[in-house]
Design a binder for this molecule. Structure first.
Ligand SMILES: [Cu+2]
Length: 308
Protein backbone atom coordinates (compact mmCIF):
# COMPACT_ATOMS: atom_id res chain seq x y z
CA UNK A 1 0.00 0.00 0.00
CA UNK A 2 2.96 2.36 -0.51
CA UNK A 3 4.84 3.96 2.32
CA UNK A 4 2.55 4.01 5.31
CA UNK A 5 2.71 5.96 8.53
CA UNK A 6 0.26 3.57 10.23
CA UNK A 7 1.49 2.59 13.67
CA UNK A 8 1.54 -1.21 13.97
CA UNK A 9 -1.45 -1.88 16.25
CA UNK A 10 0.27 -5.05 17.52
CA UNK A 11 3.40 -3.25 18.68
CA UNK A 12 2.62 -2.45 22.30
CA UNK A 13 5.34 -2.30 24.96
CA UNK A 14 5.28 -5.14 27.49
CA UNK A 15 3.16 -4.65 30.64
CA UNK A 16 5.19 -3.40 33.59
CA UNK A 17 5.93 -5.96 36.30
CA UNK A 18 8.55 -4.15 38.43
CA UNK A 19 7.66 -2.78 41.87
CA UNK A 20 9.94 0.28 41.93
CA UNK A 21 10.32 3.55 40.07
CA UNK A 22 12.86 4.01 37.28
CA UNK A 23 13.99 6.80 34.95
CA UNK A 24 13.25 6.73 31.22
CA UNK A 25 15.09 8.55 28.46
CA UNK A 26 12.58 8.93 25.64
CA UNK A 27 13.37 10.51 22.27
CA UNK A 28 10.67 11.66 19.92
CA UNK A 29 11.33 13.00 16.45
CA UNK A 30 8.85 15.37 14.80
CA UNK A 31 8.74 14.13 11.21
CA UNK A 32 6.83 15.73 8.34
CA UNK A 33 6.27 12.97 5.78
CA UNK A 34 4.24 12.48 2.63
CA UNK A 35 2.72 9.03 2.92
CA UNK A 36 -0.09 6.76 1.83
CA UNK A 37 -3.53 7.51 3.30
CA UNK A 38 -5.48 5.17 1.02
CA UNK A 39 -4.70 2.98 -1.97
CA UNK A 40 -3.56 5.57 -4.56
CA UNK A 41 -3.93 8.57 -2.24
CA UNK A 42 -1.13 10.41 -0.43
CA UNK A 43 -1.19 13.11 2.19
CA UNK A 44 1.37 15.37 3.89
CA UNK A 45 1.34 13.95 7.40
CA UNK A 46 3.02 15.33 10.49
CA UNK A 47 4.09 12.55 12.83
CA UNK A 48 6.02 11.50 15.88
CA UNK A 49 8.80 9.14 14.74
CA UNK A 50 7.10 8.67 11.36
CA UNK A 51 3.98 6.93 12.66
CA UNK A 52 0.33 7.72 13.48
CA UNK A 53 -0.48 7.56 16.29
CA UNK A 54 2.97 8.28 17.73
CA UNK A 55 4.94 5.71 19.70
CA UNK A 56 3.10 4.01 22.57
CA UNK A 57 4.94 5.19 25.72
CA UNK A 58 4.53 2.95 28.78
CA UNK A 59 5.77 3.89 32.25
CA UNK A 60 4.76 3.33 35.88
CA UNK A 61 3.34 5.75 38.43
CA UNK A 62 6.22 7.65 40.11
CA UNK A 63 8.65 6.94 37.25
CA UNK A 64 10.55 9.93 35.90
CA UNK A 65 11.05 10.70 32.22
CA UNK A 66 13.52 12.83 30.32
CA UNK A 67 11.79 13.48 27.03
CA UNK A 68 13.85 14.89 24.18
CA UNK A 69 11.99 16.33 21.22
CA UNK A 70 14.01 16.71 18.03
CA UNK A 71 13.05 18.38 14.76
CA UNK A 72 15.27 17.56 11.79
CA UNK A 73 16.33 20.27 9.37
CA UNK A 74 13.98 18.84 6.71
CA UNK A 75 10.92 20.02 8.65
CA UNK A 76 9.18 23.23 7.61
CA UNK A 77 7.00 23.92 10.69
CA UNK A 78 7.58 24.43 14.41
CA UNK A 79 6.42 21.62 16.73
CA UNK A 80 6.12 20.99 20.47
CA UNK A 81 4.62 18.35 22.75
CA UNK A 82 1.87 18.51 25.37
CA UNK A 83 1.48 15.31 27.42
CA UNK A 84 -1.63 15.05 29.57
CA UNK A 85 0.39 12.95 32.04
CA UNK A 86 2.48 15.99 32.99
CA UNK A 87 2.10 18.72 35.62
CA UNK A 88 3.70 21.83 34.05
CA UNK A 89 3.00 24.70 31.69
CA UNK A 90 1.35 23.38 28.57
CA UNK A 91 2.01 19.79 29.66
CA UNK A 92 5.61 20.34 28.58
CA UNK A 93 4.85 22.21 25.38
CA UNK A 94 6.18 25.59 26.53
CA UNK A 95 9.61 24.04 27.12
CA UNK A 96 9.76 21.86 24.00
CA UNK A 97 9.05 24.22 21.10
CA UNK A 98 11.41 23.26 18.29
CA UNK A 99 11.66 25.44 15.19
CA UNK A 100 12.62 24.49 11.61
CA UNK A 101 16.34 24.18 10.97
CA UNK A 102 17.18 21.25 13.23
CA UNK A 103 16.78 21.58 16.98
CA UNK A 104 16.35 19.49 20.15
CA UNK A 105 14.66 20.41 23.41
CA UNK A 106 14.31 18.28 26.53
CA UNK A 107 11.97 18.28 29.49
CA UNK A 108 12.03 16.09 32.61
CA UNK A 109 8.88 15.13 34.49
CA UNK A 110 7.60 12.74 37.15
CA UNK A 111 4.47 10.70 36.45
CA UNK A 112 2.58 11.31 39.68
CA UNK A 113 -0.83 10.01 38.60
CA UNK A 114 -1.81 6.86 36.69
CA UNK A 115 -3.89 6.60 33.53
CA UNK A 116 -3.80 6.44 29.75
CA UNK A 117 -3.15 9.91 28.35
CA UNK A 118 -2.86 11.56 24.98
CA UNK A 119 0.18 13.52 23.92
CA UNK A 120 0.02 15.90 20.98
CA UNK A 121 1.72 18.77 19.22
CA UNK A 122 0.77 22.11 20.79
CA UNK A 123 1.87 24.92 18.47
CA UNK A 124 -0.68 27.74 17.88
CA UNK A 125 -2.31 25.91 14.95
CA UNK A 126 -2.30 22.63 16.83
CA UNK A 127 -5.64 21.60 15.35
CA UNK A 128 -3.99 21.31 11.93
CA UNK A 129 -0.92 19.54 13.33
CA UNK A 130 -3.06 16.99 15.20
CA UNK A 131 -5.24 16.47 12.13
CA UNK A 132 -2.06 15.79 10.15
CA UNK A 133 -1.17 13.10 12.68
CA UNK A 134 0.72 14.55 15.66
CA UNK A 135 -0.83 12.66 18.56
CA UNK A 136 -0.06 9.51 20.54
CA UNK A 137 -0.52 7.78 23.91
CA UNK A 138 1.43 7.57 27.15
CA UNK A 139 0.22 4.97 29.64
CA UNK A 140 1.20 5.50 33.26
CA UNK A 141 0.45 2.17 34.91
CA UNK A 142 -0.81 2.28 38.49
CA UNK A 143 1.53 0.86 41.14
CA UNK A 144 -0.39 -2.42 41.17
CA UNK A 145 -0.29 -2.74 37.37
CA UNK A 146 -3.13 -3.71 35.06
CA UNK A 147 -5.01 -7.03 35.00
CA UNK A 148 -3.08 -9.37 32.71
CA UNK A 149 -4.47 -10.14 29.25
CA UNK A 150 -3.30 -12.30 26.35
CA UNK A 151 -2.90 -9.61 23.68
CA UNK A 152 -2.88 -5.84 23.54
CA UNK A 153 -3.58 -3.55 20.57
CA UNK A 154 -2.96 0.16 19.96
CA UNK A 155 -5.27 2.32 17.87
CA UNK A 156 -5.60 6.06 17.32
CA UNK A 157 -8.68 7.65 15.80
CA UNK A 158 -8.52 11.03 14.13
CA UNK A 159 -10.02 12.95 11.24
CA UNK A 160 -8.46 14.53 8.15
CA UNK A 161 -9.78 17.63 6.44
CA UNK A 162 -9.05 17.48 2.71
CA UNK A 163 -10.18 19.60 -0.21
CA UNK A 164 -10.69 16.43 -2.24
CA UNK A 165 -13.64 14.15 -1.40
CA UNK A 166 -13.27 10.67 0.09
CA UNK A 167 -11.87 8.19 -2.40
CA UNK A 168 -9.83 10.69 -4.44
CA UNK A 169 -6.45 9.64 -5.85
CA UNK A 170 -3.11 11.41 -5.90
CA UNK A 171 -1.84 13.96 -3.38
CA UNK A 172 -4.66 15.27 -1.17
CA UNK A 173 -4.53 18.83 0.15
CA UNK A 174 -5.37 20.16 3.60
CA UNK A 175 -8.56 22.24 3.88
CA UNK A 176 -8.56 24.84 6.68
CA UNK A 177 -12.17 26.01 6.18
CA UNK A 178 -13.41 22.40 6.38
CA UNK A 179 -11.52 21.99 9.64
CA UNK A 180 -13.08 25.13 11.07
CA UNK A 181 -16.51 23.78 10.07
CA UNK A 182 -15.49 20.40 11.57
CA UNK A 183 -16.49 18.60 8.36
CA UNK A 184 -13.77 16.09 7.46
CA UNK A 185 -13.79 13.79 4.44
CA UNK A 186 -11.73 11.15 6.26
CA UNK A 187 -11.97 9.57 9.72
CA UNK A 188 -9.42 6.81 10.24
CA UNK A 189 -7.63 4.51 12.63
CA UNK A 190 -3.83 4.76 12.60
CA UNK A 191 -3.76 7.20 9.70
CA UNK A 192 -4.97 4.65 7.15
CA UNK A 193 -8.31 4.32 5.35
CA UNK A 194 -9.94 1.02 6.43
CA UNK A 195 -6.66 0.46 8.27
CA UNK A 196 -6.89 -3.07 9.67
CA UNK A 197 -8.85 -4.79 6.92
CA UNK A 198 -7.77 -7.40 4.36
CA UNK A 199 -7.30 -4.89 1.51
CA UNK A 200 -5.07 -2.60 3.54
CA UNK A 201 -2.85 -3.58 6.49
CA UNK A 202 -4.64 -6.90 7.12
CA UNK A 203 -6.79 -7.90 10.07
CA UNK A 204 -5.57 -8.15 13.64
CA UNK A 205 -5.69 -11.67 15.08
CA UNK A 206 -6.61 -13.39 18.32
CA UNK A 207 -7.80 -16.81 19.46
CA UNK A 208 -10.93 -18.13 21.12
CA UNK A 209 -10.51 -18.21 24.89
CA UNK A 210 -8.12 -15.27 25.05
CA UNK A 211 -8.73 -11.93 26.69
CA UNK A 212 -7.61 -8.94 24.61
CA UNK A 213 -7.12 -5.27 25.41
CA UNK A 214 -7.48 -2.26 23.14
CA UNK A 215 -5.77 1.02 23.93
CA UNK A 216 -7.42 3.77 21.90
CA UNK A 217 -6.37 7.41 21.73
CA UNK A 218 -8.82 9.92 20.27
CA UNK A 219 -6.74 12.59 18.57
CA UNK A 220 -9.59 14.48 16.96
CA UNK A 221 -8.85 17.34 16.72
CA UNK A 222 -12.63 17.82 16.88
CA UNK A 223 -14.72 14.64 16.63
CA UNK A 224 -15.79 12.49 19.57
CA UNK A 225 -15.54 8.75 19.00
CA UNK A 226 -18.37 6.43 20.06
CA UNK A 227 -16.11 3.42 20.30
CA UNK A 228 -17.84 0.06 19.85
CA UNK A 229 -16.77 -3.53 19.09
CA UNK A 230 -19.33 -5.01 16.67
CA UNK A 231 -20.03 -8.60 17.72
CA UNK A 232 -18.60 -8.16 21.19
CA UNK A 233 -18.73 -5.87 24.24
CA UNK A 234 -16.23 -4.06 26.46
CA UNK A 235 -16.32 -6.68 29.23
CA UNK A 236 -14.17 -4.37 31.34
CA UNK A 237 -13.13 -0.84 30.44
CA UNK A 238 -11.69 2.33 31.84
CA UNK A 239 -13.45 5.37 30.36
CA UNK A 240 -11.15 8.35 29.73
CA UNK A 241 -8.25 5.96 30.36
CA UNK A 242 -8.81 6.60 34.09
CA UNK A 243 -6.90 3.57 35.36
CA UNK A 244 -7.02 4.64 39.02
CA UNK A 245 -10.75 3.82 39.05
CA UNK A 246 -12.56 0.47 39.02
CA UNK A 247 -13.44 -0.54 35.45
CA UNK A 248 -16.95 -0.42 34.07
CA UNK A 249 -18.36 -3.78 32.97
CA UNK A 250 -20.17 -4.88 29.79
CA UNK A 251 -20.23 -1.51 28.04
CA UNK A 252 -21.47 -1.54 24.45
CA UNK A 253 -20.34 1.89 23.23
CA UNK A 254 -17.98 4.18 25.09
CA UNK A 255 -17.53 7.87 24.23
CA UNK A 256 -13.91 8.83 23.76
CA UNK A 257 -13.68 12.60 23.40
CA UNK A 258 -10.88 14.25 21.46
CA UNK A 259 -7.92 14.69 23.76
CA UNK A 260 -8.67 11.52 25.68
CA UNK A 261 -7.98 7.79 25.71
CA UNK A 262 -9.80 4.53 26.30
CA UNK A 263 -8.66 1.18 27.66
CA UNK A 264 -11.02 -1.75 27.14
CA UNK A 265 -10.88 -5.53 27.42
CA UNK A 266 -12.88 -8.15 25.55
CA UNK A 267 -13.52 -11.84 26.19
CA UNK A 268 -13.49 -14.09 23.11
CA UNK A 269 -15.78 -17.07 23.72
CA UNK A 270 -16.51 -17.77 20.03
CA UNK A 271 -14.75 -17.49 16.66
CA UNK A 272 -15.82 -14.33 14.83
CA UNK A 273 -14.64 -11.20 13.08
CA UNK A 274 -14.95 -8.22 15.42
CA UNK A 275 -15.24 -4.81 13.79
CA UNK A 276 -13.94 -1.93 15.86
CA UNK A 277 -15.86 1.19 14.87
CA UNK A 278 -17.04 4.61 15.87
CA UNK A 279 -20.81 4.08 16.14
CA UNK A 280 -21.29 7.38 14.35
CA UNK A 281 -21.43 4.92 11.46
CA UNK A 282 -21.25 7.27 8.50
CA UNK A 283 -17.60 7.53 9.44
CA UNK A 284 -17.30 3.80 8.83
CA UNK A 285 -19.37 3.62 5.66
CA UNK A 286 -18.21 6.85 4.00
CA UNK A 287 -15.01 8.07 5.66
CA UNK A 288 -12.68 5.11 6.11
CA UNK A 289 -12.81 4.16 9.79
CA UNK A 290 -12.44 0.41 10.42
CA UNK A 291 -10.26 -2.11 12.24
CA UNK A 292 -11.10 -5.81 12.25
CA UNK A 293 -10.00 -8.51 14.67
CA UNK A 294 -10.24 -12.07 13.40
CA UNK A 295 -10.83 -14.48 16.27
CA UNK A 296 -10.00 -18.04 15.27
CA UNK A 297 -10.65 -21.28 17.10
CA UNK A 298 -13.20 -23.99 17.67
CA UNK A 299 -16.89 -23.12 17.38
CA UNK A 300 -18.83 -22.86 20.61
CA UNK A 301 -22.43 -23.50 19.55
CA UNK A 302 -23.70 -23.35 23.12
CA UNK A 303 -22.82 -19.65 23.06
CA UNK A 304 -23.37 -18.87 19.39
CA UNK A 305 -24.67 -21.13 16.65
CA UNK A 306 -24.91 -19.45 13.20
CA UNK A 307 -26.81 -22.40 11.65
CA UNK A 308 -29.00 -24.16 14.25
CU1 LIG B 1 3.52 20.08 15.17
Amino acid sequence: MGNSIAADARRVPQPITRDHAVHHDIELMAREVTACLDNGARFDFMTWNGQVPGPFLRVRQDDTVTLTLTSPSTNTRPHSIDLHAVYGTGGGSAATLVVPGGQSKAVRFKCLYPGAFIYHCAVPNLDEHISRGMFGMIVVEPHEGLPPVDREFYLGQHELYTREPFGSKGLLHFDDPAMIREQPHYVVFNGAVDGYTPDRLGRLHARVGETIRVFMVSGGPNLLSSFHPIGNVWARCWPQGALANPPLKYIQTQPVPPGSCFVGDMALPVPETIKLVDHALSRVVHQGLLAEIEVSGAPNPAVYNPSP
